[in-house]
Design a protein around this ligand. Structure first.
Ligand code: AQP
Length: 332
């Protein structure tokens, strides 16, 4: 059975619609056909300062949302990254294999550090893609379900895996990104030229799944479209409308063609009102389910403990092989 691995940060509390449609939704589907490992990446979260109490709470909130989205601990391995120390250990090895210039070419780092300024940018943010390399290689993952923004990091993973295998002998599976074309990039509702993102989007451009459903409906209704009146998918010329169609289609299962037909001759307002209803219908039970997992933190922690145990069994084996290949003297 092919294996998949992916992770999500616990930093914002709520997942946003881009996280869900771009990644988490695929995670849920892939647990049926793959040996799936999914984690809440708290080590990645501290690349920017975090309040300890909030980080702890947000880690549980992230896990609860993953269960609410449909991850089933009987069908996948769900865990918290810091519960598996091998991530940090393999990351060090991968750091030593990565060129400084190579790491500097990661566009996400360039964007984020340019915004923050170098004095406020941690070395951790610089090496964060390399921790991601370790995350993926530890599990010998064949595929990595992520949004388009993570493609470059999966490419780096492939490069480093090939480099290590070439130097020290076959050790790591070469992973491929698993990115669905339709939902690879969900756009900001107020500025459909940028991706929906917790750090770059304005509050009105960003839908957090755990927000009041009414507020999310309002954001859909005030989404930026264009001065044309035709409802059709055209990402280049009609990015706002196309983004709404993508969201609508993914949440309901209706194809884009069906939606175009349904809204032929109708105004943008009709599309927005209907999509606002679809959104409310989606987030209302999602929030309730998330809350019910959070109401029972002991069971939630037990799920995560079991997941960490399963993850460690795989991760420890990969790390032991890696250390051996590198020539580290075994501890007696
Ligand atoms: N707009 C998006 N469309 C499609 N997929 C997206 N992802 C994020 N934004 C979109 C995917 O969500 C997964 C988890 O993301 P993350 O929590 O690791 O953080 P991120 O990518 O850093 O999310 P943000 O909101 O974009 O954070 P900032 O603003 O800090 O950069 C990933 O698979 C990601 O591709």
């Amino acid at each position: 059975v092919p294996r998949v691995l992916s992770g999500i940060q616990p930093t914002a509390g709520s997942f946003h619609l881009g996280n869900y449609l771009g990644a988490v939704r695929q995670w849920v589907a892939l647990q049926e056909s793959h040996d799936a490992f999914y984690m809440v990446v708290d080590l990645h979260a501290i690349t920017v300062p975090q309040d300890p109490a909030e980080l702890r709470a947000n880690t549980r909130i992230a896990a609860a949302q993953l269960l609410a989205a449909g991850l089933d601990p009987e069908r996948c391995t769900l865990f918290v990254q810091s519960h598996v120390p091998e991530h940090a250990q393999l990351a060090w090895v991968m750091n030593c294999l990565t060129g400084f210039g190579e790491a500097g070419r990661m566009t996400q780092f360039k964007d984020k550090s340019a915004k923050q300024g170098t004095d406020r940018t941690s070395v951790g943010l610089f090496t964060y893609p390399i921790l991601q390399v370790a995350d993926i290689l530890l599990y010998q993952a064949h595929q990595v379900p992520v949004g388009e923004d993570q493609r470059q990091h999966v490419e780096l993973t492939r490069d480093l895996a090939e480099r290590f295998n070439g130097r020290y002998g076959e050790t790591f599976t070469i992973p491929a990104p698993y990115i669905l074309k339709e939902t690879a990039k969900i756009y900001d509702l107020q500025d459909p030229s940028i991706k929906m993102s917790k750090s770059a989007s304005s509050p009105k451009g960003l839908i957090n799944l755990l927000d009041e459903p009414k507020s999310s409906a309002k954001k859909i209704k005030s989404a930026v479209t264009d001065t044309d009146t035709v409802i059709r998918f055209d990402a280049e010329n009609k990015p706002g409308v196309s983004n709404l169609l993508t969201i609508y289609s993914t949440l309901t299962g209706a194809s884009i063609a069906e939606l175009e037909q349904k809204y032929e001759g109708k105004m943008y307002g009709a599309l927005k009102t209907d999509l606002a209803d679809v959104m409310v219908e989606f987030v209302t039970p999602f929030r309730d389910r998330t809350q019910s997992y959070l109401d029972d933190p002991e069971s939630l922690d037990a799920v995560l403990a079991k997941g960490a145990e399963k993850a460690r069994a795989v991760a420890a084996e990969t790390l032991a092989t890696t250390y051996d290949r590198l020539g580290f003297l075994p501890a007696k």
